[in-house]
Every structure is written in C-alpha cells, then in structure tokens.
Design a protein around this ligand. Sequence first.
Ligand SMILES: [Zn+2]
Length: 430
Amino acid sequence: MTSTASPTTPPQLPIDGARLIERLSALASFGGSVKSGVARESLTPTELAARHWLAAHYATRPGYLVGVDAAANLHIRRLGQYDELPFVMTGSHIDTQPLGGWLDGAFGVMAGLEVFDALDDAGLRTRRSLQVVAWTNEEGSRFSPGLMGSQAYVQPQALAGYLPVCDARGESFGQARDTALHAFDQAADAGGWSCFAPEPAQPVHAYVEAHIEQGPVLEREGLALGIVEAIQGVRWYQVVVPGRCAHAGTTPLVDRDDAQAKAIALAHALLSHAAEAAQAGDDALRVTIGRWACQPDAINTIADRVSFTVDLRHPDAHVRDAFDRLLRRLAPDGSQITLLQDKTTTAFDPALVTLLGEAAERRGLAARRMVSGAFHDAMPLAGHAPTAMLFAPSLRGVSHHPEEHTHSADLVACTQVLADGLLALAEPMR
Ligand SMILES: [Zn+2]
C-alpha cells in the first residue's frame, strides 16, 4: 500500500447481509441452484449470461463503469474522487468445476459487489476508485491451466500462450474469449451501459479477495473467519518405477523384478513420512498420490512399469526440499522422477494482513491467521500489488461439490470485514 493516510477512527461500513445471500442465491440459478450445485464452466453461455446479469446491476448506475479486458476478465469500477490514483481491487471468479458448489469464487465477487451497494446506501465517496473483478477461467477445468485471467492481467504476455489452448470439444480459449468480448459489446449496446476499457497490469493500490476456505480448519476450531497470510508452495512429481514382466504363477519371489511391489513400497514410505510429520505436530505437510497406472495391467503378469503422481504441499521450502531428498533416496534403481510443477509459497502483504485482522477484531469476530492450501487468483495478484485474502468457513470442508456450503452468518461476517478493509484502503471522503 502506498497510502500514508491512516484515519484515527478506522472506518466501518454496514453491509446488508440479507441482500448478499439473496443475490448469491440468484447467481446460483445461472447453471444450477444452491442445493443442487452449479455447472458454470468458464466462458460458456451460462457463465456469460451470469456476467452480464452482474454487470447490468451497475452499468447504468451513476458513478460506475463496466468493461472486459483482453483476457475477458469482467471489471466493475466504482469511481473514486481521484480516479487517477492506484485503485483498490477485490473479486474472485464465477466459473465453476463441471459441477461445483454455489459459493467457491462466486462468494468473493458477490461480497465485493455488496460492498459497492453498502457504499451507495451510505452515500459514501472514496478517494480511490474501487474495482470488482470476475477473473476468467480460474478453475482450469475447461481450459488448462487455471488462473488464466488473473495471470494474464498481471503478466499480459502470458495471454498469447493461452489463446490456442482447446477444451475437450476442440474450441480454443481464443475463440471462447472472442465470443465473450463480442457478447459483452452486444449486451452493453443493448443496455446502454457505461463502459471503459480495462488495461492489464495497471498500478493497483491493494487487492483483497474473499473466498470460502474449502477446507475444514475454521469450522473445526469454531472460528468465523480466516485472515490468509500466504498460499502454500506446491510441487508435482511424476514417478516411473521400472520392473520386468514375468508370469505370476511360475516366477519365484527371488527371481522377480516387480515394478508394482517396488512402487507400492515407495508410495507407502512417502505417505508414512507425511503421517509421521502430522503425529510430530506438523499438520501442514500434504502428500497426495492422485494418479496410478501400471503396465501391462494384467491380472497374472508381473508389472514392468508403474507410474504415479505425487502432489506435495507445505508452506516451508525446507520441508519441501527434505521431501524431495527423501523421494530421490528411496526411489528404486532406474526410476525416473520428473518435477512437473514447482510453485514456491506466495506470501501476502503483512501490512494488509494486519489491517484485515484489526478489522475483524473491531467486529468482535473469532478469527485466525492461516495459510491457504489451494491456489487462488490472489496468487498472481500478489506479485503485482499488496495482496491478502479472507476465508469464510466451509461446512465439513466440502468444496467443488453440490454440498459446498457456508452458514449465512459467516458469509455476512466475512463480507463485513471485507467492506471495512476496502473502505479503509479506498479512503472515505470526509
Ligand atoms: Zn475458487
């Protein structure tokens, strides 16, 4: 944050919780419902209809502009008194997995828009402009990888690499993007919308993203809110263990080179390592073996090749390095270990984390600092602007599933802290 303004009485902005929940439920009707889950993959006709429904609420209201950028990210801007100052940004994504829940990223977008309505209710102007963004293709289920929109915003040259990426039916991201831009122009013309052309990589004063936790920690600890100070690092490995094919009935154990037996022993050792770390008090180490394949995959033949993946996550690079050494030491002779992805931990802005923590305290909310286990649009943004996140508790930690849910009171509390934080950052006019 570049601001030096620090009001003696931090501002508080009352939000309308009932309106927030009602509009979140209405958004869920684009592609599903609160109860049955939502199918609203990126840049599908359903998602475009939802975007236009959102934009239409603000596009003809005095003091607002709407626009899409080259990655089809939807921006809704509430003009501040000094629009030339670096602006305050919030938002998330409204695309879902093929069948996801009603909250995931939708909550962060609707929370930001509720802040706009609360500001309007209060008749408050801010010095800085505020911008809510619905980022394109966060999920990565239709076009891989995820986080395309937010990544292309902070690093515009990345877009060229995304345009040729095709979905399962052969439509490219570039085609879907063009359709989205065209549909937006049509909706804007028909509705008489006030538009602007959002440029990528503009100076952003601060980015705050509200999201559901998608894990069980807050609910288990009986807390209302998470103040997120980092996104943990992740490494993806592909491990291939070799063996030699032979007959299951005729080959004595001593004569076997069994790829399955060796791979299972290795996988077991890696999972045990994580279990031992948890027993010793480090519950942040996550080791997941998600894919497993063997050759020739026959019931009565000893396998000559097993390949499996490892998803490793921990906030501390030393712990990730130690796991790497363990994997390479235990891997049987002749194994191939390929590092598919290596993302370091993303640390959020300490001053912004403190500001949000204090806002939660003033609202009397039970909150804790935490590290995000999943990626979010805030990850690329953190390399561009002071960034932090707020988490609302997820019931039983369920997400990317129709049963994804959060108590209304918790959604409202999280939005309230977002509102107080954004108002402080955008600086209310006295
Ligand atoms: Zn999300």
